[in-house]
Design a protein around this ligand. Structure first.
Ligand code: PLP
Length: 378
């Protein structure tokens, strides 16, 4: 089965993990710190804080910036559910926003402007598929209303400018992301003091870490803020350092594969009304390759036919307001573009281990599946 996503892991990763095990220090320590510094430098930030997941990173960003009960937070419904769950963790109210257009599935500024009100405190952008949201319009939007600007940058690791839009950004190193530590996440923040608050909040609010207490031979610590155990460990820190070193090459290969797809699928776009969102040539991490099937094509049959040919596909995402947990809360909410996008969306395999021939194989399987689906309805 050709998978939708797959990590590139090799001898360097194995050696890095083995070295941590041999060092005798497995939990958060020098490898995590080195990973934070390298990640910050790679993204043009002065410093960073590594955590156990992007979900934890989002929670800490909101908590450290003081978002809480009584506050509303604007967020897209077309995102992974963690973006919206995290708003609930701090007791704030998510306000879900539609996308710009079917060929531009990023959060709509116009819809956000309609939904911003006196209780709005923050906006969370999500760089869907790795394509960056429009920077200046969103910065102006937040500045004019006095809102915190937060990025869920889970799809955009390594893209110039990602994580540097506003007050805070959260990245993911989950196994299917552009670089992985199995589970893991990172926080960037504009304000140094807030970042240091995040550093404490990730470890119970404690003023010193276990490795610092060992190094300084001073067992004392204090707790001065609310905290959780959201630490990353040195096994993951070491993995992250190696993966970060490969990131540019991996993202370049993703970009090449995405261009190949566009070329190979051009006839289906022309003839059948297949739609490939996002313009080509714009800065992107190409985290996933979404395609909108022709109007009326049965996505489940197409996906099943492709699976039978050994091609896994996926759907990004079921809109948050349609999930069982949230459906009743947003019973009256209509986000027509987001809903139409979801009905037609099929995610094709995209990862740096793929060959040019894999792209041909996927495109061929999609073409055949659409053909069969059309015959079935004819
Ligand atoms: C993967 C993902 C997350 C969650 O990341 P974890 O590291 O698994 O917590 C959040 N938001 C988006 C958009 C994601 O794709």
């Amino acid at each position: 089965m050709l998978r939708v996503s797959d990590a590139l892991l090799g001898t360097e990763e194995k050696a890095a993990v083995a070295a941590v095990i041999e060092s005798g220090w497995l939990t958060q320590g020098p490898k995590v710190r080195a990973f934070e510094q390298a990640f910050a430098e790679r993204h043009g930030a002065p410093d960073a804080v590594a955590v156990g997941s992007c979900t934890a990173a989002l929670h800490l960003c909101l908590a450290a910036l003081g978002v809480g009960p009584g506050d509303e937070v604007l967020a897209p419904s077309l995102t992974f559910v963690a973006t919206v769950n995290a708003i609930g963790y701090v007791g704030a109210e998510p306000v879900l926003v539609d996308i710009e257009a079917l060929d531009s599935p990023l959060m709509s500024l116009e819809d956000a402007a309609r939904k911003a009100g006196p209780r709005t405190r923050a906006v969370i952008l999500m760089h869907y598929a790795g394509q960056l949201a429009r920077r200046e319009p969103w910065r102006r939007f937040a500045r004019e209303r006095g809102l915190l600007l937060i990025e869920d940058s889970a799809h955009a690791v390594g893209v110039a400018g990602a994580g540097r839009y506003g007050d805070a950004a959260a990245f993911s190193f989950y196994g299917n992301k552009n670089m992985t530590t199995a589970e893991g996440g990172m926080v960037l923040m504009r304000d140094r003091g807030s970042l240091e608050r995040v550093r404490r909040m990730r470890a119970h609010g404690m003023t010193s870490s276990a490795s610092e207490r060992l190094r300084t031979r001073d067992a004392r610590y204090d707790v001065d803020v609310e905290g959780w155990n959201y630490r990353m460990d040195d096994i993951r820190g070491a993995l992250g350092l190696v993966q970060l070193g490969r990131l540019e090459a991996m993202n370049m290969r993703r970009a090449e594969l995405a261009e190949l797809y566009r070329g190979r699928l051009a006839a289906l776009v022309e003839r059948e009304g297949l739609l490939i969102p996002h313009r080509s040539g714009r800065a992107s991490a190409h985290h996933i390759f979404p395609a909108l099937l022709p109007e009326g094509a049965n996505r489940d049959s197409v996906a099943a036919a492709m699976a039978a040919e050994g091609v896994q596909t996926s759907v990004h995402y079921p809109p948050v307001h349609t999930l069982s947990r949230y459906r009743r809360r947003w019973a009256g909410l209509k986000l027509p573009l987001c809903e139409a996008f979801h009905r037609r969306e099929l995610t094709l395999p995209l990862h740096p281990g793929m060959s040019d021939m894999d792209v041909d194989r996927v495109a061929g399987a999609l073409e055949a599946a659409l053909e069969t689906a059309r015959e079935a309805t004819a």
